[in-house]
Design a protein around this ligand. Structure first.
Ligand code: HCR
Length: 398
């Protein structure tokens, strides 16, 4: 029945919310949702979902066969889906509305893994209106780097919120000088009228490599072909060829099987439920930069967790007013907020060449531009090249 997942005290605010949502304008950030559906996690944190299995993230770099590498990339991508789209939601129907990051918000950390070594995470909010998060995830030891940025376009129809992701991710394998363009899947939110939202992926998405391989992933949910939620089928082919090299099918939140060709021979099976993630290490609050997400939002987060909506509102307004002041000042001085790790460029040639091959359009107008990870900026903050080296270079330059 309607509102079955809603706490009794929130029933009227939920039916109020259901009424307002029908005239939803597509901007997820502007959606005022009732307190019980508010998450204390900021969207800048979501970039970490890309590498919670550091060993799968670096696996493509370790294989000398281009075809195997393409398969490793596909397997890693599939392994990220559970983290990205259902980890906040182990109990089905508990998806929440994340905090809307402020411009310049950072989420930094690293994973230490026994075989993969250290993988670093840099996530930065590069636009507030529209919300866009950019990230770079780097494993220097294995020469693996993922960079990308994304925003969301949403619409409401027949009881669900449909979300199209704009932006893309690109994976680089240094040793093989290979690039992979990863298209982000569309999703929708089910269970809204019951007050028990969860994410289902839809349609399909593609991964194309500079070495000439194409992976296509088709998503289907409950009531579709297999009847199980979070289902998919994927194929890996050589670009322009019909022959299916590998096929993978199953559930991205459960079990899936990697098969030879169109599916005769099962080569490997993967269980997303039992494959443990590596926890991200982040600095303690008091040694974080003031722009780091958990430090900046700490009071809001504590208030949300305590269910204290008055304090939540007060603390949120403080951040919003501060941001408004900053924007005003920048405007007066005729400058723009300097992104710490990313730079806006006219176009990303590499992205364009790969995108053209599979018919993906760049949409800079929807993401306040095209964003690239700026190695020089990052070096100044101790990433990539060692901090001291960067400082030495800066001295030489002056
Ligand atoms: C749609 C969503 C915000 C965006 C989240 C994104 C697309 C962000 C980028 C990540 O790489 C992947 C990702 C995963 C999330 O599943 C997705 C979120 C799911 C819900 C959330 C909505 C804004 C929440 C609306 C909640 C309603 C019921 C009020």
């Amino acid at each position: 029945d309607e509102g079955a997942g809603v706490p009794p005290a929130a029933k009227s605010s939920w039916s109020q919310f259901l009424k307002t949502i029908t005239s939803f304008n597509g901007d997820l950030a502007s959606l005022t949702a009732p307190p019980f559906i508010l998450s204390s996690t900021s969207l800048t944190e979501y970039s970490s979902y890309w590498a919670e299995h550091p060993d799968l993230f670096v696996a493509p770099a370790l294989d000398s066969s281009p075809q195997q590498r393409a398969l490793h990339v596909l397997k890693w991508f599939l392994s990220t889906l559970k983290q990205q789209y259902s980890s906040r939601n182990e109990k089905l129907g508990s998806e929440k509305k994340p905090l809307n990051p402020f411009l310049g918000e950072l989420f930094l950390g690293h994973w230490d893994h026994p075989t993969a070594g250290r993988t670093e995470l840099i996530s930065e909010q590069v636009s507030h209106h529209p919300p866009v998060t950019a990230y770079a995830i780097i494993n220097a030891q294995h020469g693996v780097k993922l960079e990308g940025y994304n925003g969301q376009k949403a619409s409401f129809a027949r009881g669900t919120i449909n979300v199209r992701q704009v932006g893309h991710a690109m994976l680089h394998l240094e040793k093989w000088d290979e690039h992979y363009l990863i298209q982000l899947p569309s999703l929708h939110i089910e269970g809204i009228i019951y007050g028990a939202p969860y994410v289902e992926l839809n349609k399909s998405c593609t991964i194309v490599s500079s070495s000439g391989y194409v992976a296509k992933i088709d998503f289907s949910g409950k009531g579709w072909i297999s009847g199980k939620k979070n289902s998919f089928t994927a194929t890996l082919t050589k670009e322009g060829a019909k022959e299916v090299l590998y096929s993978i099918d199953g559930q991205w939140t459960g079990n899936f099987e990697i098969k030879e060709g169109k599916g005769k021979n099962v080569l490997e099976s993967y269980n997303a439920k039992t494959n443990m993630t590596t926890p991200l290490a982040i600095a303690p609050l008091d040694s974080q930069d003031p722009l780091e997400s958990r430090r900046a939002w700490s009071k809001v987060q504590a208030a949300i967790q305590a269910g204290d909506m008055d304090t939540t509102g007060v603390e949120k307004s403080k951040i919003e007013n501060e941001q408004r002041e900053l924007r005003k000042k920048e405007k007066e001085e005729g400058r723009e907020w300097e992104r710490r790790f990313f730079t806006r460029v006219e176009e990303n040639k590499l992205f364009k060449t790969l995108a053209e091959r599979v018919g993906i359009e760049p949409e800079p107008e929807k993401t306040d531009g095209v964003w690239i990870f700026d190695e020089a900026k990052a070096a100044k903050w101790g990433y990539g090249k060692k901090k001291e080296e960067a400082e030495k270079e800066a001295v030489l330059e002056n």
